[in-house]
Design a protein around this ligand. Structure first.
Ligand SMILES: Nc1ncnc2c1ncn2[C@@H]1O[C@H](COP(=O)(O)OP(=O)(O)O)[C@@H](O)[C@H]1O
Ligand SMILES: N[C@@H](CCC(=O)OP(=O)(O)O)C(=O)O
Length: 372
């Protein structure tokens, strides 16, 4: 049960600061090059890969000649801004060496908490993936403070896995995986090769960061696995310097600690939609659209919408009803109720004239739609 990655089509890979910056000595070009080569190999197998990379603050400190981590938040933010340039540089050059495009995406907690920005981030990331581009994500440390930040990139990795509905999250770190206790402190710590994500006993095993470079330690990784499992993604925690770690994991080899999601992706999504007992609105669709959704697994286009009820925003879960009033599906609305009223029954060629902007061609994309 440890081949968590073998059938994964969409994978989020997170690498920690100590690995990326060689314990704070500066960006480790060889290590980054190795992960980029492997990510390109996975893309060559038809998989989609998103990178969440830490290291901005550590690299910024190096570039600024600071040997001690500053206490002042504005100094940390300045270091992050300087170091992020280094991360962007190295990922861009190493990914392009391996024939892959790259993109920098800096996110904050607010971006993921706001339903509209969440949906925007999601469609941008999915668009990048469809163009063979590897998004390289970090927290936008320069503009966040303690109250509003995600705080550690293990959590950010899980949030991104939820956002793009990844099949798996791989957390690369400076240990071979999870042990029954911090191996830096307990030489008798036992290696855990597989467990269920979210199992409460794991939280007792995991301690804080092992070095002054790392942020969250093992506990944030365990909690990240629990969070990723909510959207059906399993997590693997592995040593980032293990030769060909990503390629070998993807071929089904058991490396590191696999934390298996108890629910499948589709079931997790259905559950999430079903949990929306009170939806803010609905669209009534014609018979043609009903048939396309039910039998063809297609997206819902505005041209098939005959009526819009309630008041909702872009990103809200809404119901889709047939002319007979039966709920046939639920999904995330790409348009607010007022926009939807303007474009109902209309082809996408008219959206710009009616709305003043060109949005998505779908009212609900099939990836965001669950049949009743
Ligand atoms: N139960 C555990 N198993 C493995 N490592 C643990 C455990 N508890 C605490 N740790 C510590 O967590 C560290 C990894 O976390 P961290 O330093 O934040 O790395 P990263 O920068 O990769 O996120 C390890 O070096 C280790 O000392
Ligand atoms: N966003 C920060 C990293 C925060 C973080 O979680 O670090 P780590 O525990 O090394 O993954 C940075 O780029 O410096």
């Amino acid at each position: 049960m440890t081949d968590a990655l073998k059938n994964a089509r969409r994978i989020v890979v997170k690498v920690g600061s100590s690995l990326v910056t060689n314990e704070g000595r500066g960006v480790d070009a060889e290590a980054v090059g190795n992960w980029c080569r492997q990510m390109a190999a996975l893309a060559g197998q038809g998989r989609e890969v998103v990178m969440v990379s830490s290291g901005a603050i550590a690299e910024g400190m190096k570039r600024l000649g600071w040997s001690v981590r500053p206490k002042e938040i504005h100094e940390l933010q300045a270091a992050a801004a300087v170091g992020q340039m280094g991360l962007a540089q190295i990922y861009e050059s190493k990914l392009s060496e391996h024939g892959m495009g790259s993109a920098q995406v800096l996110l904050t907690h607010a971006d993921l908490a706001d339903r509209e920005r969440y949906l925007n981030a999601r469609s941008t990331l999915l668009t990048l993936l469809s163009h063979r581009v590897i998004p390289v994500i970090n927290e936008n440390d320069t503009v966040v403070n303690d109250e509003i930040k995600v705080g550690d990139n293990d959590t950010l990795g899980a949030l991104v896995a939820n956002l793009v509905e990844a099949d798996a999250l791989v957390i690369l770190t400076d240990q071979k995986g999870l042990y029954s206790a911090d191996p830096r402190k307990d030489p008798n710590a036992r290696f855990i090769d597989v467990a269920q994500a979210g199992a409460p006993e794991l939280e007792q095993m995991a301690g804080g960061a092992g070095s002054s470079i790392g942020k969250g330690g093992m506990i944030t990784k365990i909690l990240a696995a629990k969070r990723a499992a909510k959207s059906g993604a399993s997590t693997v925690i592995a040593w980032g310097r293990e030769p060909d770690v990503l390629v070998r994991l993807a071929s089904g080899e058991a490396i590191g600690t696999a934390l298996i999601a108890p629910t499948q992706k589709m079931a997790a999504r259905k559950q999430w939609m079903a949990d929306h007992l009170q939806m803010r609105g609905a669209v009534v669709v014609d018979d043609g659209a009903t048939a396309k959704l039910r039998d063809g697994g297609k997206s819902l286009l505005p041209i098939g919408v005959v009526e819009v009820t309630g008041e909702f925003h872009r990103g809200d879960v809404i119901a889709v009803r047939s002319l007979a009033g039966v709920e046939i599906a639920r999904g995330l609305a790409n348009y607010s109720s007022s926009e939807a009223r303007l474009i109902a029954r209309k082809p996408s060629s008219e959206f710009e004239r009616l709305l003043g902007f060109t949005g998505e061609p779908e009212m609900i994309h099939r990836d965001n739609l669950v049949l009743a």
